[in-house]
Design a protein around this ligand. Structure first.
Ligand code: CXA
Ligand code: CA
Ligand code: CA
Ligand code: CA
Ligand code: ZN
Length: 447
């Protein structure tokens, strides 16, 4: 049987045999009918997910991440990782036993193939939006609600795709003195549900402005920024030929290496690479890049955030960066498991916790400091808080840690799992005029 036909099946027995039989990395094999054939690099190995027995503390998960795998779900007594065959060997070398959970699913039950060379969702998942469909959905919303929704191109990805910011507010063409709130999406290529989260918010705010009091209050009293797709190149690559590629990073080549991509969420300019919370190996899932903001997509969003400093004051007060999966509400720091530190007072952490727990109460996610999952450096929420004093959260959306849908939940769940965050988003927007009011210290901090 050929690799291409095996790819994506969750039949673990065959997959395990395959993994064991191949001493040679799968990537080294030619992929005969790949449209990429003839290009410089043969099409890359598609990584798979594994359950790793044990490793259920933050310290063990952080150590596991240093093999270059991504840590996807933290369970009691085990962890789920994504690894290629070389990374899997390193996990075994640490003494762990693993169980193959399979590659990305094939969602093409009707046998409808997308055109070769076209990046699109497989037909069973056509409810998701690829880059062009996302752009059209945004443009339609702007056209329909031009009084409250505008779009601007804030820069380009490595491959030259537009990265856009959508603004939602009354008098949307004016920069008013209203607290600003930022929502960012899709740093990680395979986390497609986060783009649907952005499109849900744009539609919800646009369509319900005239009929829903909570929505009207949010739109009238705030300036809401939504960056629906930080990593368009990675997202499109993940949909190559209508087959999921289990891709995480951007698509920037690395000098002196065959490996592609930087992990955007290890590339932000705050304590970059400080604390063994990212990798210097270009082949790692959490490769940090050559320098802070070396990923053009991170630079674009950093410049945008900097552009919101008006008269020396950062206008953005609160933020959520959406990921999948695990059903978590997380706050800084990622770089340390300490709470009160230089740059994080007791009142700061109390405020993060109060609003974080309140939001988690509305979507039934688990609230925690992000380093309780594993240590990271160069993540966006550490940057937004550490460098900009924005109260920044990371949401890990559906499924939870025991969910088998992983990074590729079927499109049937989109409506439920995006609307699930409606109240949490409204809570953050409501708190954004003075986050410290959540701990009763409005007087002290926000007069
Ligand atoms: C995360 C996000 C922000 C700070 C610390 C940890 C988790 C995120 C990641 O590793 O960037 N998890 S994920 N979406 O599975 O990659
Ligand atoms: Ca479907
Ligand atoms: Ca306004
Ligand atoms: Ca403003
Ligand atoms: Zn992510």
């Amino acid at each position: 049987m050929r690799l291409k036909q095996l790819r994506g099946r969750r039949t673990t027995a065959v997959a395990a045999l395959l993994t064991m039989a191949l001493a040679v990395p799968i990537a080294a094999q030619a992929d005969e009918d790949s449209p990429h054939n003839g290009e410089a690099k043969a099409s890359a190995e598609v990584p798979r997910q594994y359950e790793v027995k044990g490793a259920d503390t933050a310290a063990e998960r952080t150590k596991l991440a240093r093999t270059g795998v991504s840590v996807d779900a933290a369970r009691k007594g085990s962890v789920v990782i994504t690894a290629d065959s070389a990374q899997l060997k390193k996990v075994h070398a640490l003494g762990y036993a693993t169980k193959d959970l399979g590659g990305p699913p094939l969602r093409n039950s009707k046998g409808v193939k997308v055109k070769p060379g076209v990046a699109d969702f497989p037909s069973d998942d056509s409810g998701y939006h690829n880059y062009d469909e996302m752009t059209k959905a945004i443009d339609d919303a702007v056209a329909k609600h031009s009084d409250i929704i505008s779009k601007q191109v804030i820069g380009k990805s490595h491959e030259g795709k537009d990265i856009v910011a959508v603004k939602i507010s009354d008098n949307v063409k004016d920069d008013e003195a209203e607290p600003e709130v930022l929502f960012t999406h899709h740093q990680h290529a395979r986390e497609h549900l986060t783009v649907e989260m952005a499109l849900y918010l744009i539609k919800e705010f646009g369509d319900k402005y005239g009929s829903d009091d909570a929505i009207k209050k949010a739109v009238d009293g705030r300036e809401i920024w939504i960056v629906p797709d930080i990593n368009p190149d990675g997202g499109e690559y993940d949909l190559t030929d209508g087959e999921y590629q289990m891709w995480r990073k951007n698509r920037q080549p690395n000098e002196g290496s065959q490996e592609i991509g930087t992990d955007p969420n290890r590339n932000w300019d705050f304590k970059w690479g400080c604390c063994d919370g990212s990798s210097t190996d270009p082949g790692a899932e959490d490769y940090r890049g050559t320098a802070p903001s070396s990923a053009p997509e991170v630079k674009v969003v950093t410049d945008f955030v900097n552009s919101r400093v008006v008269d020396g004051k950062q206008q953005i007060k609160a933020a959520i960066d959406f990921h999948t999966y695990g059903e978590l509400v997380m706050w800084p720091w990622g770089w340390t498991s300490d709470e009160v530190t230089d740059g994080m007072t007791q009142d700061d952490i109390d405020t993060f916790k109060a609003v974080g727990k309140d939001m988690a109460g509305s979507n039934n996610y688990t609230p925690q400091q992000s380093s309780a999952l594993y240590v990271t450096d160069g993540a966006i929420d550490d940057y937004l808080w550490g460098a900009q004093k924005v109260f920044a959260y990371t949401f890990e959306m559906y499924p939870g840690d025991s969910g088998s849908d992983g990074f590729y939940p079927p499109d049937e769940v989109i409506e439920k799992e995006t609307s699930r965050n409606r109240e949490a988003v409204l809570k953050l927007i409501d708190n954004a005029d003075c986050m410290y009011k959540a701990i009763g210290k409005e007087e002290q901090y926000c007069k």
